[in-house]
Ligand binder design. Structure first.
Ligand code: CMC
Length: 429
């Protein structure tokens, strides 16, 4: 086993170097503090491996993404969201029996508890859908106390299927509530994505037949979002799960983490940015100059990534998928053209080239969602539906670990040194 040596103050310590499947290396510093009294400081965790995980592999320099060893390009082309969810959660592609069993569980759990309607009605019509989603995921747990917290394999499967199935029912119900329309019940004869489109766009006196092209595009969108190793929301899920919290509580926290515009909220920010350029008639070059001006504090949304210093492979697939769905549905979206032009400018501009900033998953995904009729304020919810398998799989890794170890980082304290308490009447007013 190779080791790495740390020297400080005339002393030195050796630490084991661990190697992953793809030869990526990490220094195991779990005994650093015990041996040396030191800790590491890595704000934003850019150099910190928080866990060992067997779910997803990313090589950010080469633009590689694999779920359980399978290249994302092959999965996006040949698999479905439900199948890739099984793969991400359980580690292997399902056989026929497993597929049927899982599909049956998804159908069984598609309907949310009838009492949850009251919860929906308690929110104002303009409540942010991500806030509702996070709250409702915790609420589902309350309606399944028999499986909450118990850790048999069958219960895990029930919980996983319930979450995966109901996240889409909650999303659709949230939309219906915002529209003042009755919530639609799921249909057992529809597949996962068709059923979602039905629950979103059918009304009791006008049922839609989900468009197969829209369902296919949605399937691909969700599949491409299924997991992305230790991103902000997944790390949050693992953090919460490490305290022994149940799957619903852990995943609900992940939804909150995803909400931010630097993470899942970026898909909304991209469309707002493209809309702003379109409505102002601004030349994309001019917009880029504004971004490069550090005083503007603007970012090219949908560009850059903590891990990818090359193309995000998902963005290439989504760009093609956006073109396909627009052409199939015979939609002309001016935002696609603006996005293409921004990308062209960025890929030639030294600001972006030097910083290795390329389009990420959010750059083209919004164009697909718009094409299939998803309203802008639901975009991040769509990301959350897609990311559900990854959150569940990461929860499972924590849950199945031989020893549950709470995640508890340390800090370097930079506050005031010890001082005496000042009584109220002696304080500077
Ligand atoms: N536009 C303009 N400049 C950028 C951008 C961007 N999108 N991203 C990074 N930079 C600059 C940044 O200002 C910094 O410049 P300098 O070295 O001069 O200070 C340099 O590039 C390095 O950036 P960083 O902020 O240290 O990079 P990070 O790894 O901390 O952040 C990021 C990654 C994704 C948060 C960031 O690239 C960003 O804010 N992008 C826009 C938001 C976005 O699209 N988020 C979706 C991410 S992918 C999906 C997901 O994870 O949810």
């Amino acid at each position: 086993m190779s080791t790495a040596r740390l020297e400080y103050n005339g002393q030195s310590w050796d630490f084991p170097v661990v190697e992953g499947t793809e030869n990526e290396l990490g220094v195991d510093i779990s005994e650093l503090r015990a041996k040396s009294g030191l800790i590491t400081l890595d704000e934003g965790y850019g150099n910190t491996g928080s866990c060992k995980s067997a779910i997803t592999y990313i090589d950010g320099d080469k633009g590689i993404l694999r779920y359980r060893g399978y290249p994302i390009e092959q999965i996006a082309e040949q698999s479905s969201f439900v199948e890739s969810a099984w793969l991400v959660i359980y580690g292997e592609l399902p056989n026929e029996k497993q597929r049927e069993r899982f599909s049956a569980l998804l159908t069984k759990h598609a309907m949310i508890h009838e009492s949850m309607r009251n919860h929906f009605q308690g929110f104002p019509n303009n409540a942010p859908p991500m806030a509702i989603l996070s709250a409702m995921i915790n609420a589902i747990g309350c309606f399944s106390p028999e499986v909450l917290g118990s850790d048999t394999e069958a219960n895990f499967e029930e919980n996983a299927a319930r979450l995966l199935s109901q996240v889409r029912s909650i999303a659709a119900a949230t939309y219906k509530m915002s529209m003042g329309q009755p919530m639609m019940y799921p249909r057992p004869d529809f597949k996962y994505c068709e059923n979602f489109l039905h629950m979103m766009f059918s009304v009791p006196n006008g049922r839609i037949t989900p468009d197969p092209d829209a369902a296919r595009a949605l399937n691909q969108f969700l599949t491409l979002h299924a997991d992305h190793e230790q991103n902000c929301s997944t790390s949050t899920v693992r953090m919460v799960a490490s305290s022994g919290a149940n799957m619903y509580a852990s995943v609900s926290a992940g939804v909150s983490a995803l909400w931010g515009p630097l993470h899942g909220g970026a898909n909304v920010a991209v469309v707002n940015m493209l809309e702003e350029i379109r409505s102002s008639g601004m030349d994309p070059h001019v917009y880029m100059e504004k971004i490069k001006d550090k005083n503007s504090k603007l970012k090219l949304m949908g560009f850059g990534h903590r891990v990818y210093r090359n193309f995000d492979p998902r963005s290439r697939i989504l760009q093609k998928a956006a073109e396909v769905i627009l052409s199939k549905l015979k939609i002309q979206d001016p935002l696609l053209e603006i996005a293409r032009r921004l990308e062209e400018v960025a890929l030639r501009d030294s600001y972006f080239v030097d910083r290795k900033l390329y389009p990420n998953v959010d750059f083209y995904s919004g164009i697909i969602l718009r094409a299939i009729g998803i309203p802008l304020d639901m975009f991040t919810v769509m990301f959350a539906i897609g990311r559900m398998p990854g959150w569940i799989a990461n929860y499972k890794e924590i849950h199945d670990a031989e020893r549950l170890k709470i995640n508890r980082p340390r800090q370097i304290y930079t506050g005031a040194a010890i001082r005496d308490f000042v009584p109220r009447d002696a304080r500077v007013q």
